[in-house]
Design a protein around this ligand. Structure first.
Ligand code: SF4
Length: 275
């Protein structure tokens, strides 16, 4: 893994995502290097996109710039983060996510955090203090470590994410699960979905789901997944409708609030990172 330090002129960017006003992305690129990650299609940094999961830029002055940005911005909901995992390993040392959250929450912004890492628990003191202004989502595509090793080989194993979700929930945080991307023949079976819905039910989490979509730069990254799961990249409408019906039915049975992650109007937009 190569880390490079860069300086930025903007830290709080507007986002087209329907439930977020801004994005705060303290890193560009992501150590987790998930095979299906759309981040490589949306980052503005070409080197990072071309070597996704191998190069991470650390925005060394992002906290200072955020301090200036927040003085000019109307209060709103900030996605932390929208195109990188804010709790990837380098955050343990750099603390750019933590320091950014302190500024945002102290100054009256709300934060919606999405991660695959139990490192988020390090900040439980801060998150608990602002529990009415924060929600935390854990991405859980599968609870099988074997499947996760194929599709997201460097992300924390799914059991540790489930455990983090439980701890956050016990602390009274508003939590959610991002079940996505659902890929054909990989994590689309009723049994896989049922396990994740059960976790949502246990933790009182809302569940968002989304299906795999082909994006720029994914063909090579997905080849290892395709070798193991030949249909992983096919996403026909009929299949999506069938699986969506399964997700919705299981959620209804368990009284889990559930909805598609992205409304149709947002699909296909370059809506993630602008900084
Ligand atoms: S953790 Fe998220 S941002 Fe990081 S590589 Fe995986 S999908 Fe992409």
């Amino acid at each position: 893994m190569v880390y490079k330090r860069i300086r930025v002129s903007s830290a709080l960017s507007k986002t087209g995502l329907y439930d977020l006003d801004y994005a705060y992305n303290p890193y560009a690129g992501c150590h987790h290097g998930c095979r299906y990650c759309y981040g490589r299609a949306y980052t503005r940094y070409r080197e990072v996109a071309e070597a996704w999961g191998e190069i991470v830029y650390v925005k060394e002055n992002v906290v200072e710039v955020l301090m200036e940005d927040v003085l000019r911005a109307r209060r709103g909901v900030v996605g932390v983060s929208t195109i990188t995992d804010p709790y990837q390993p380098i955050e343990a040392k750099e603390r750019l996510t933590r320091r950014g959250l302190e500024i945002l929450l102290d100054l009256g912004f709300e934060a919606s955090i999405q991660t695959k890492s139990p490192l988020v628990l390090r900040d439980l003191d801060l998150l608990s203090r602002y529990r009415d202004k924060v929600d935390v989502g854990l991405t859980i595509t599968t609870l099988s470590p074997e499947v996760a090793a194929v599709i997201e080989p460097r992300a924390p194993e799914p059991g540790s994410r489930a455990e983090a979700l439980r701890k956050l929930s016990v602390e009274g945080l508003s939590t959610w699960i991002f079940l996505g991307p659902i890929m054909r023949g990989v994590n689309d079976s009723p049994e896989v979905i049922e396990e994740i819905v059960a976790l949502a039910s246990e933790t009182g989490s809302k569940l968002y789901y989304d299906f795999f979509r082909m994006k720029r730069g994914l063909t090579a990254a997905m080849s290892a997944v395709k070798d193991r799961y030949p249909n992983a990249m096919s996403s026909e409408r009929e299949w999506r409708m069938r699986v969506a019906a399964t997700v919705e039915k299981l959620c209804e049975r368990e009284s889990v609030r559930c909805e598609p992650a992205f409304p149709a109007r947002e699909r296909g937009k370059g809506l993630l990172e602008h900084i």
